[in-house]
Design a protein around this ligand. Structure first.
Ligand SMILES: [Ca+2]
Ligand SMILES: [Ca+2]
Length: 347
Protein backbone atom coordinates (compact mmCIF):
# COMPACT_ATOMS: atom_id res chain seq x y z
CA UNK A 1 0.00 0.00 0.00
CA UNK A 2 3.09 2.28 0.13
CA UNK A 3 2.42 3.62 -3.36
CA UNK A 4 -1.12 4.60 -2.39
CA UNK A 5 0.24 6.46 0.62
CA UNK A 6 2.89 8.28 -1.42
CA UNK A 7 0.31 9.12 -4.01
CA UNK A 8 -1.97 10.58 -1.33
CA UNK A 9 0.95 12.63 0.05
CA UNK A 10 1.65 14.11 -3.38
CA UNK A 11 -1.99 15.11 -3.77
CA UNK A 12 -2.24 16.61 -0.29
CA UNK A 13 1.03 18.56 -0.70
CA UNK A 14 -0.10 19.88 -4.06
CA UNK A 15 -3.39 20.98 -2.54
CA UNK A 16 -1.51 22.86 0.19
CA UNK A 17 1.21 24.47 -1.90
CA UNK A 18 -0.62 24.95 -5.17
CA UNK A 19 -4.09 26.21 -4.36
CA UNK A 20 -6.41 27.36 -7.13
CA UNK A 21 -4.64 30.69 -7.40
CA UNK A 22 -1.32 29.82 -9.02
CA UNK A 23 2.08 31.07 -7.92
CA UNK A 24 3.04 33.99 -10.12
CA UNK A 25 6.64 35.01 -9.78
CA UNK A 26 9.70 35.48 -11.93
CA UNK A 27 9.54 31.78 -12.65
CA UNK A 28 6.22 32.06 -14.48
CA UNK A 29 3.17 30.19 -13.23
CA UNK A 30 2.84 26.66 -11.97
CA UNK A 31 -0.66 25.20 -11.96
CA UNK A 32 -2.20 21.88 -11.10
CA UNK A 33 -3.82 21.17 -14.49
CA UNK A 34 -5.18 17.64 -14.18
CA UNK A 35 -6.23 15.25 -11.44
CA UNK A 36 -7.52 11.78 -12.13
CA UNK A 37 -8.29 9.21 -9.46
CA UNK A 38 -9.10 5.91 -11.17
CA UNK A 39 -8.62 2.81 -9.02
CA UNK A 40 -10.17 -0.51 -9.99
CA UNK A 41 -11.09 -3.88 -8.60
CA UNK A 42 -10.81 -6.97 -10.76
CA UNK A 43 -12.38 -10.39 -10.30
CA UNK A 44 -10.93 -13.10 -12.49
CA UNK A 45 -11.63 -16.80 -12.88
CA UNK A 46 -10.79 -18.96 -11.02
CA UNK A 47 -11.66 -17.03 -7.85
CA UNK A 48 -8.97 -14.34 -7.99
CA UNK A 49 -9.48 -10.73 -6.98
CA UNK A 50 -7.25 -7.68 -6.87
CA UNK A 51 -7.42 -3.94 -6.11
CA UNK A 52 -5.20 -1.70 -8.21
CA UNK A 53 -4.20 1.97 -8.14
CA UNK A 54 -5.14 1.82 -11.81
CA UNK A 55 -4.68 4.86 -14.01
CA UNK A 56 -4.61 7.60 -11.36
CA UNK A 57 -2.32 10.59 -11.93
CA UNK A 58 -1.83 14.34 -11.38
CA UNK A 59 -0.42 16.83 -13.86
CA UNK A 60 1.32 20.18 -13.24
CA UNK A 61 1.95 22.74 -15.97
CA UNK A 62 4.59 25.42 -15.75
CA UNK A 63 3.56 28.34 -17.98
CA UNK A 64 6.57 30.40 -19.05
CA UNK A 65 6.20 32.89 -21.90
CA UNK A 66 3.19 32.45 -24.16
CA UNK A 67 4.79 29.86 -26.49
CA UNK A 68 6.62 27.84 -23.84
CA UNK A 69 5.17 25.36 -21.38
CA UNK A 70 6.54 22.50 -19.43
CA UNK A 71 4.40 19.71 -18.06
CA UNK A 72 4.95 16.95 -15.57
CA UNK A 73 2.61 14.09 -14.71
CA UNK A 74 3.00 11.98 -11.59
CA UNK A 75 1.46 8.53 -11.38
CA UNK A 76 2.21 4.80 -11.23
CA UNK A 77 5.06 3.84 -13.58
CA UNK A 78 2.71 1.36 -15.28
CA UNK A 79 1.42 4.41 -17.18
CA UNK A 80 4.67 4.30 -19.21
CA UNK A 81 3.75 0.84 -20.55
CA UNK A 82 7.22 0.08 -21.99
CA UNK A 83 7.29 -2.49 -24.82
CA UNK A 84 7.65 -6.10 -23.66
CA UNK A 85 10.57 -6.31 -26.14
CA UNK A 86 12.80 -4.90 -23.39
CA UNK A 87 14.18 -6.24 -20.12
CA UNK A 88 12.24 -3.57 -18.21
CA UNK A 89 9.39 -4.66 -15.89
CA UNK A 90 6.92 -1.86 -15.15
CA UNK A 91 5.97 -1.42 -11.49
CA UNK A 92 3.21 0.46 -9.69
CA UNK A 93 5.82 2.71 -7.99
CA UNK A 94 4.79 6.35 -8.15
CA UNK A 95 7.05 8.60 -10.19
CA UNK A 96 7.31 10.95 -13.14
CA UNK A 97 5.46 9.49 -16.11
CA UNK A 98 5.54 12.65 -18.23
CA UNK A 99 8.09 15.46 -18.05
CA UNK A 100 8.55 17.54 -21.17
CA UNK A 101 9.12 21.03 -22.46
CA UNK A 102 6.81 22.26 -25.20
CA UNK A 103 7.17 25.06 -27.73
CA UNK A 104 4.17 25.98 -29.90
CA UNK A 105 4.17 28.24 -32.94
CA UNK A 106 2.29 28.75 -36.21
CA UNK A 107 4.60 26.18 -37.79
CA UNK A 108 3.84 23.41 -35.35
CA UNK A 109 4.60 22.15 -31.90
CA UNK A 110 7.78 20.68 -30.50
CA UNK A 111 8.08 18.54 -27.36
CA UNK A 112 11.16 17.04 -25.74
CA UNK A 113 11.55 14.87 -22.65
CA UNK A 114 9.35 12.07 -21.30
CA UNK A 115 6.47 12.47 -23.77
CA UNK A 116 3.15 10.70 -24.38
CA UNK A 117 3.49 8.69 -27.63
CA UNK A 118 -0.22 8.93 -28.59
CA UNK A 119 0.01 5.94 -30.95
CA UNK A 120 -3.20 5.36 -32.94
CA UNK A 121 -6.76 6.15 -31.86
CA UNK A 122 -6.95 4.64 -28.39
CA UNK A 123 -3.30 5.46 -27.69
CA UNK A 124 -4.13 9.15 -28.22
CA UNK A 125 -6.84 9.14 -25.55
CA UNK A 126 -5.87 10.22 -22.05
CA UNK A 127 -6.63 7.87 -19.16
CA UNK A 128 -9.64 10.08 -18.29
CA UNK A 129 -11.09 9.73 -21.81
CA UNK A 130 -11.03 5.92 -21.98
CA UNK A 131 -14.28 3.96 -21.88
CA UNK A 132 -12.71 0.50 -21.70
CA UNK A 133 -9.39 -0.56 -20.20
CA UNK A 134 -6.74 -0.06 -22.90
CA UNK A 135 -7.00 -2.76 -25.59
CA UNK A 136 -4.96 -5.98 -25.87
CA UNK A 137 -1.98 -4.52 -27.71
CA UNK A 138 -1.43 -2.16 -24.77
CA UNK A 139 -2.14 -4.82 -22.16
CA UNK A 140 0.43 -7.13 -23.82
CA UNK A 141 2.82 -4.14 -24.08
CA UNK A 142 3.09 -4.39 -27.86
CA UNK A 143 2.43 -0.61 -28.02
CA UNK A 144 4.13 1.71 -25.51
CA UNK A 145 2.35 4.71 -23.96
CA UNK A 146 5.15 7.09 -22.95
CA UNK A 147 8.89 7.29 -23.70
CA UNK A 148 11.83 9.69 -23.59
CA UNK A 149 12.31 11.45 -26.89
CA UNK A 150 11.44 14.32 -29.22
CA UNK A 151 8.19 15.14 -31.06
CA UNK A 152 7.23 17.48 -33.86
CA UNK A 153 3.50 17.85 -34.68
CA UNK A 154 1.36 20.00 -36.99
CA UNK A 155 -2.37 20.49 -37.55
CA UNK A 156 -4.14 22.29 -40.39
CA UNK A 157 -7.80 22.27 -41.48
CA UNK A 158 -8.51 19.02 -39.67
CA UNK A 159 -5.38 17.29 -41.02
CA UNK A 160 -2.84 16.35 -38.40
CA UNK A 161 0.51 14.64 -38.31
CA UNK A 162 3.23 14.00 -35.80
CA UNK A 163 6.63 12.34 -35.77
CA UNK A 164 8.53 11.16 -32.72
CA UNK A 165 12.03 9.81 -32.15
CA UNK A 166 12.43 7.97 -28.84
CA UNK A 167 14.64 5.60 -26.82
CA UNK A 168 12.34 2.56 -26.71
CA UNK A 169 13.49 1.48 -23.24
CA UNK A 170 12.30 4.71 -21.56
CA UNK A 171 14.52 6.67 -19.19
CA UNK A 172 17.73 4.85 -20.20
CA UNK A 173 18.91 3.61 -23.60
CA UNK A 174 21.38 0.74 -23.02
CA UNK A 175 21.39 -0.40 -26.67
CA UNK A 176 21.89 3.10 -28.09
CA UNK A 177 19.17 2.37 -30.68
CA UNK A 178 16.26 4.72 -31.33
CA UNK A 179 12.62 4.18 -32.34
CA UNK A 180 10.50 6.28 -34.67
CA UNK A 181 6.71 6.57 -34.48
CA UNK A 182 4.08 8.80 -36.00
CA UNK A 183 0.42 9.54 -36.67
CA UNK A 184 -1.25 10.86 -39.82
CA UNK A 185 -4.95 11.56 -40.11
CA UNK A 186 -7.96 13.76 -40.63
CA UNK A 187 -10.59 14.82 -38.14
CA UNK A 188 -13.97 16.48 -38.69
CA UNK A 189 -14.45 18.28 -35.37
CA UNK A 190 -16.12 15.68 -33.14
CA UNK A 191 -18.04 13.56 -35.68
CA UNK A 192 -15.49 11.61 -37.69
CA UNK A 193 -11.82 10.71 -37.69
CA UNK A 194 -9.65 8.48 -39.85
CA UNK A 195 -5.97 7.85 -39.34
CA UNK A 196 -2.82 5.78 -39.64
CA UNK A 197 -0.06 5.19 -37.14
CA UNK A 198 3.35 3.58 -37.53
CA UNK A 199 6.11 2.45 -35.18
CA UNK A 200 9.53 1.05 -36.08
CA UNK A 201 12.84 0.48 -34.36
CA UNK A 202 15.77 -1.82 -33.74
CA UNK A 203 17.02 -3.48 -30.57
CA UNK A 204 20.29 -5.05 -29.41
CA UNK A 205 20.52 -8.02 -27.01
CA UNK A 206 21.85 -5.83 -24.17
CA UNK A 207 18.32 -4.36 -23.88
CA UNK A 208 16.30 -7.52 -24.64
CA UNK A 209 18.19 -10.65 -23.50
CA UNK A 210 16.25 -11.26 -20.26
CA UNK A 211 12.84 -10.08 -21.47
CA UNK A 212 11.45 -13.55 -22.25
CA UNK A 213 9.71 -11.93 -25.22
CA UNK A 214 8.16 -14.25 -27.82
CA UNK A 215 6.06 -11.82 -29.89
CA UNK A 216 6.17 -12.71 -33.59
CA UNK A 217 8.50 -15.62 -32.79
CA UNK A 218 11.36 -13.23 -31.95
CA UNK A 219 14.72 -14.49 -30.59
CA UNK A 220 15.38 -12.13 -27.68
CA UNK A 221 19.13 -12.93 -27.76
CA UNK A 222 19.64 -11.48 -31.25
CA UNK A 223 19.41 -8.01 -32.76
CA UNK A 224 15.91 -7.32 -34.07
CA UNK A 225 14.22 -4.90 -36.45
CA UNK A 226 10.55 -4.26 -35.67
CA UNK A 227 7.87 -2.50 -37.65
CA UNK A 228 4.13 -2.14 -37.17
CA UNK A 229 1.26 -0.16 -38.62
CA UNK A 230 -2.28 0.71 -37.50
CA UNK A 231 -5.37 1.92 -39.34
CA UNK A 232 -8.41 3.31 -37.56
CA UNK A 233 -11.76 4.93 -38.22
CA UNK A 234 -13.95 6.64 -35.60
CA UNK A 235 -17.49 7.80 -36.14
CA UNK A 236 -19.54 9.38 -33.38
CA UNK A 237 -22.93 10.60 -34.53
CA UNK A 238 -25.05 11.99 -31.66
CA UNK A 239 -25.16 9.68 -28.66
CA UNK A 240 -23.37 6.83 -30.47
CA UNK A 241 -19.62 6.35 -30.54
CA UNK A 242 -17.84 3.77 -32.69
CA UNK A 243 -14.18 2.95 -33.20
CA UNK A 244 -12.56 0.33 -35.44
CA UNK A 245 -8.79 -0.07 -35.13
CA UNK A 246 -6.55 -2.76 -36.68
CA UNK A 247 -2.81 -3.31 -36.26
CA UNK A 248 -0.23 -5.57 -37.94
CA UNK A 249 3.47 -5.91 -37.35
CA UNK A 250 6.54 -8.06 -37.94
CA UNK A 251 10.11 -8.62 -36.82
CA UNK A 252 13.24 -9.25 -38.92
CA UNK A 253 16.40 -10.87 -37.57
CA UNK A 254 19.65 -12.41 -38.75
CA UNK A 255 22.27 -11.41 -41.33
CA UNK A 256 19.76 -11.71 -44.20
CA UNK A 257 16.95 -9.82 -42.37
CA UNK A 258 14.64 -12.84 -42.34
CA UNK A 259 11.04 -12.19 -41.21
CA UNK A 260 10.78 -14.32 -38.04
CA UNK A 261 7.02 -13.87 -37.67
CA UNK A 262 4.08 -11.49 -37.71
CA UNK A 263 1.48 -10.39 -35.15
CA UNK A 264 -1.92 -8.76 -35.51
CA UNK A 265 -4.68 -7.35 -33.36
CA UNK A 266 -7.76 -5.19 -33.53
CA UNK A 267 -10.83 -3.94 -31.72
CA UNK A 268 -14.30 -2.59 -32.48
CA UNK A 269 -16.05 -0.48 -29.84
CA UNK A 270 -19.71 0.51 -29.77
CA UNK A 271 -20.96 2.96 -27.12
CA UNK A 272 -24.33 4.55 -26.47
CA UNK A 273 -24.04 7.46 -24.06
CA UNK A 274 -26.60 9.57 -22.18
CA UNK A 275 -25.78 12.30 -19.62
CA UNK A 276 -26.16 10.00 -16.60
CA UNK A 277 -25.30 6.58 -18.00
CA UNK A 278 -23.77 4.71 -20.92
CA UNK A 279 -23.81 1.14 -22.23
CA UNK A 280 -20.95 -0.22 -24.28
CA UNK A 281 -19.56 -3.30 -26.02
CA UNK A 282 -16.14 -4.23 -27.35
CA UNK A 283 -14.91 -7.07 -29.59
CA UNK A 284 -11.18 -7.59 -29.87
CA UNK A 285 -8.66 -10.13 -31.14
CA UNK A 286 -4.93 -10.63 -30.82
CA UNK A 287 -2.62 -13.13 -32.53
CA UNK A 288 0.91 -12.91 -31.08
CA UNK A 289 2.61 -15.03 -33.76
CA UNK A 290 1.91 -16.21 -37.30
CA UNK A 291 4.40 -19.03 -36.58
CA UNK A 292 2.48 -20.61 -33.65
CA UNK A 293 -0.76 -22.56 -33.93
CA UNK A 294 -3.84 -21.91 -31.81
CA UNK A 295 -2.62 -18.64 -30.27
CA UNK A 296 -5.48 -16.44 -31.50
CA UNK A 297 -7.31 -14.87 -28.57
CA UNK A 298 -10.72 -13.24 -28.93
CA UNK A 299 -12.50 -11.21 -26.26
CA UNK A 300 -15.99 -9.83 -25.92
CA UNK A 301 -16.67 -7.17 -23.28
CA UNK A 302 -19.89 -5.52 -22.25
CA UNK A 303 -20.13 -2.68 -19.79
CA UNK A 304 -22.27 -0.06 -18.17
CA UNK A 305 -21.27 3.35 -16.78
CA UNK A 306 -23.18 5.31 -14.13
CA UNK A 307 -22.32 9.01 -13.88
CA UNK A 308 -23.22 11.73 -11.40
CA UNK A 309 -24.88 14.93 -12.57
CA UNK A 310 -21.63 16.94 -12.80
CA UNK A 311 -19.80 14.06 -14.57
CA UNK A 312 -17.06 14.16 -11.92
CA UNK A 313 -17.71 10.59 -10.76
CA UNK A 314 -18.11 7.56 -13.02
CA UNK A 315 -18.63 4.00 -11.91
CA UNK A 316 -17.94 1.39 -14.59
CA UNK A 317 -18.79 -2.30 -14.51
CA UNK A 318 -17.17 -4.26 -17.34
CA UNK A 319 -17.44 -8.00 -17.92
CA UNK A 320 -15.09 -9.76 -20.35
CA UNK A 321 -15.36 -13.22 -21.92
CA UNK A 322 -12.00 -14.46 -23.24
CA UNK A 323 -11.96 -17.18 -25.90
CA UNK A 324 -8.78 -19.05 -26.83
CA UNK A 325 -8.30 -20.94 -30.08
CA UNK A 326 -6.56 -23.90 -28.48
CA UNK A 327 -6.94 -25.18 -24.91
CA UNK A 328 -9.77 -23.43 -23.06
CA UNK A 329 -8.71 -21.61 -19.90
CA UNK A 330 -11.01 -20.22 -17.21
CA UNK A 331 -9.91 -16.58 -17.27
CA UNK A 332 -13.05 -14.48 -17.77
CA UNK A 333 -13.02 -11.28 -15.74
CA UNK A 334 -15.21 -8.65 -14.15
CA UNK A 335 -13.78 -5.20 -13.56
CA UNK A 336 -15.15 -2.40 -11.38
CA UNK A 337 -13.64 1.02 -12.14
CA UNK A 338 -14.31 4.21 -10.21
CA UNK A 339 -13.19 7.38 -11.91
CA UNK A 340 -13.04 10.81 -10.22
CA UNK A 341 -12.06 14.02 -12.00
CA UNK A 342 -12.39 17.67 -10.98
CA UNK A 343 -15.24 19.78 -12.33
CA UNK A 344 -13.03 21.87 -14.61
CA UNK A 345 -11.13 19.73 -17.07
CA UNK A 346 -10.19 22.10 -19.91
CA UNK A 347 -7.10 24.27 -19.86
CA1 LIG B 1 16.82 1.90 -27.43
CA1 LIG C 1 -0.62 -18.07 -34.79
Amino acid sequence: MWFVLRFAIVIVLSAIFLPSQAMTEKLGQVELTDVLIKPWFELREPQEGEFQVGESSVQFTWFLESHFQSKIRIGPKTLLNPMARFNIRPTTDIGLVEAFGQYSSLYGQVRAGMIPLNYGAEGSLTEAELYFPRHNLFEQRVIPLRDVGFEYSVQHNGYYSDLKVHNGEGESNPDGRMWVSGNWGWKDRSKFQVGLAGLTGTTKPVSTNTSGDTLANVDEAQEAHWRMGTFFIRWFPGQWKTLLEVTMGEVEQGPDDKVMGRFKGGHFDLIFEKPLWAVMARWQYFEPSSESKNDLQRETSVGVIFKNFSQTSRLKIIGTKIMEDGNKVANDELRLVWQLTPLVTEY
